[in-house]
Design a protein around this ligand. Structure first.
Ligand code: AKB
Length: 317
């Protein structure tokens, strides 16, 4: 079988760290290259320093390494992009075009690019948000992801680019930390609970958001890329769903493992972002088209996070 030759761009981020590991196990370390803007990084695969906005450098990396598939993860997330809207828009859009154009020119066979639940806005139905609905994002991140979705569909329809995408919910994993997102509280809470026994949430107690355990996100990412092309009927981006909870609910679940754990609330600007996002997502199309299903609910996620973090974090006695 012909193995793909894969380049992961933005590999040092929350998704990239675990995705590279998984892709290397599946396709062999020699067939995966990790890249990011940092000078150095420690991966079990070859690492390249790469700025996704430097089109010539991306092209050279693809050609020199005979890359067939790119997973393009580099982006500014919701909270960080609000602090620097101009750069958020530039990075999120230029990076995508730099990859889509290589595919259009026949230098790549397949592209993965993540979108986000951030595409939805205040006029979207908040519960069980459907695939096709009103989409009026209010953040730079959401606007860039929605524009990106439309460009992916356009490059597929107009130039036959095999681009595949999913709308990630908040992602929670223990192997890597998120950076700059509105859903980051749901990772921070575990670290603070284990290290200090308490956490101050930047979202209010009742702010429900769609969330997913990292292994489900990685599974979805690899499955959509592995699915036969004719099964991918949506070339903008697919809704995917696993669970929905608010800070109060995750805190209660953590208390089952750390009975003295305490949470309090001090909402900041990220509350306004979360208020405009869905509480839960309907993913019927992904289930129907390429057989997507999630494995982790809140109870199982919390158990996995606690078990794994306990052995990596030094818990004060
Ligand atoms: C964020 O909070 O910005 C991200 C996302 C939902 O895309 N985690």
């Amino acid at each position: 079988m012909n193995q793909p030759k894969i380049l992961v761009i933005g590999a040092c981020g929350q998704v990239g760290t675990e995705l590279v590991e998984n892709l290397a196990e599946r396709f062999g370390s020699d067939n995966v290259i990790a890249s990011d803007i940092r000078d150095e990084a420690s991966f079990q695969v070859k690492y390249l320093k790469l700025d996704v906005m430097d089109r010539a450098a991306v092209k050279k990396a693809v050609v020199d390494n005979k890359i067939t598939e790119v997973y393009h993860l580099a982006a500014l997330l919701s909270a960080t992009a609000e602090k620097n809207p101009e750069f958020g828009w530039k990075l999120n859009m230029d990076g995508l075009f730099s990859v889509l154009d290589l595919a259009k020119d026949g230098l790549l066979k397949k592209v993965f690019w993540p979108s986000s639940i951030a595409v939805f806005g205040p006029t979207t139905p908040r519960n069980n948000t459907p695939q096709y609905t009103v989409i009026e994002p209010t953040t730079v991140y959401g606007i860039s992801k929605f524009a990106g979705e439309r460009w992916c569909q356009y490059y597929h329809d107009r130039y036959g680019v095999d681009v595949r995408s999913i709308r990630y919910p908040g992602l929670i994993g223990w192997k890597s930390l998120p950076g700059g997102g509105t859903t980051d509280y749901a990772v921070e809470i575990f670290h603070e609970a284990l290290e200090h026994g308490k956490y101050t949430s930047f979202l209010s107690a009742d702010t429900a958001l769609p969330m997913m355990y990292m292994s489900d996100a990685i599974k979805a990412t690899i499955e959509i890329m592995q699915a036969p092309s004719e099964k991918i009927k949506i070339r903008s981006s697919y809704n995917i769903s696993a669970m929905s909870f608010n800070p109060d609910q995750i805190a209660k679940e953590i208390k089952k493992h750390i009975p003295n754990f305490e949470i309090d609330y001090n909402p900041d600007f990220r509350q306004d972002i979360a208020n405009n996002w869905p509480a839960s997502i309907n993913d019927d199309e992904a289930r129907l088209h390429w057989n997507w299903s999630s494995d982790f609910n809140l109870e199982r996620l919390v158990k996995e996070m606690m078990d794994n973090l306990k052995s990596t974090i030094i818990v004060p006695q």
